[in-house]
Ligand binder design. Structure first.
Ligand code: 5GP
Length: 294
């Protein structure tokens, strides 16, 4: 497999062509942005975490009848994928109130949701990813009604797989964003599944272990990504990386800071609630603006 020219560079990833027209390489960067790129920074090792974690989760989903664009993890920061024509809809699935849903409804962050809630957003940087409904999707010709039905069904299936999976790792899957695309006459799940695109709270402490630490200046950002890596990718990822050196999993680059370090400590907020359990005294829901990173 030969890596060819850069096709696209987004805020968190670079997409390269390959010598096979239907295949691309996703390269995961450490760059982080939030609030439509008004806030910018670097999360050391994030690209490694997001690449390896997405590989693990896409593999899991593939076994559970979710077609994904993922083919193979090539390196710490690169994965081989099917080339998708991305549908300009961001699908959000929610299990617990947080972020823009708290802002929109006035419900406290941490409030459990009995049935998962799905939301659609128009993937448009220029417009700031506004929320849309099925009729807007039809009007804008973003997807056919049949495609949209499939997207909703898949989003619920993905939630049904990921939520208990994360639960076993001591993580509450609060909400997450999905992107789908067309390839070879059918739809596939694309993009990534990572702490950039999911809210993940520690089940015991309610500590936020995702990009909200960056968005909300909670500190311990790298440590949170490391912790998720450790729980989700664990030794499998570590072995790929340390290749027999006996070294423990570390997502930071050699010679760069951020791998070790104590648990993130500060910034601990909302206590965790599963449906049927007590709600949480969450912090303010941040600015409530949509984070628009790809
Ligand atoms: P909210 O609408 O509450 O801001 O976000 C809901 C969920 O979708 C969160 O898990 C958040 O990380 C994810 N999400 C929503 N929009 C984006 C986006 O543009 N980029 C990324 N990386 N994640 C998003």
């Amino acid at each position: 497999m030969q890596k060819r020219e850069k096709i696209y560079e987004g805020k968190a990833k670079i997409v390269y062509a390959t010598d096979k027209p239907g295949l691309i390489i996703q390269y995961f960067k450490d760059d982080a942005t939030a609030f439509n790129a008004l806030k910018r920074g670097t999360i050391v090792g994030k690209g490694v975490v997001n690449n390896r974690m997405s590989g693990v989760l896409f593999t899991l989903l593939g076994k559970k009848r979710v077609p994904t664009h993922f083919l193979e993890t090539l390196s710490d920061r690169e994965m081989l994928c099917r080339r998708l024509d991305i549908i300009k809809i961001e699908t959000i699935a929610r299990n617990v109130v947080a972020g823009s849903l708290a802002k929109r409804t006035g419900l406290e962050e941490g409030t459990p949701i009995r049935e998962p809630v799905l939301e659609l957003y128009y993937k448009s940087d220029a417009l700031g990813d506004p929320m849309i409904n099925d009729e807007h999707v039809r009007m804008l010709k973003l997807a056919t009604p049949e495609e949209l039905r499939w997207i909703r069904r898949m989003a619920l299936r993905i939630n049904g797989v990921l939520r208990p999976y994360f639960r076993r790792k001591g993580l509450l899957l609060v909400d997450f964003k999905l992107e789908f695309g067309r390839h070879a006459g059918r739809l596939w799940l694309g993009d990534e599944i990572s702490p950039d695109t999911c809210r993940l709270w520690d089940v015991k402490t309610g500590e936020r272990l995702d990009k909200d630490r960056f968005r909300r200046d909670l500190g311990g950002v790298e440590e949170a990504y490391q912790e998720v890596f450790r729980r989700v990718v664990g030794r499998a990822g570590a072995e790929g990386e340390a290749s027999g050196s006996g070294k423990r999993a570390s997502v930071s680059e050699p010679g760069r800071a951020g791998a070790e370090g104590e648990a993130s400590g500060s910034g601990k907020r909302a206590s965790v609630s599963e449906p049927g359990r007590a709600g949480a005294e969450g912090e303010a829901s941040g600015s409530g603006r949509r984070d628009l990173t790809p």
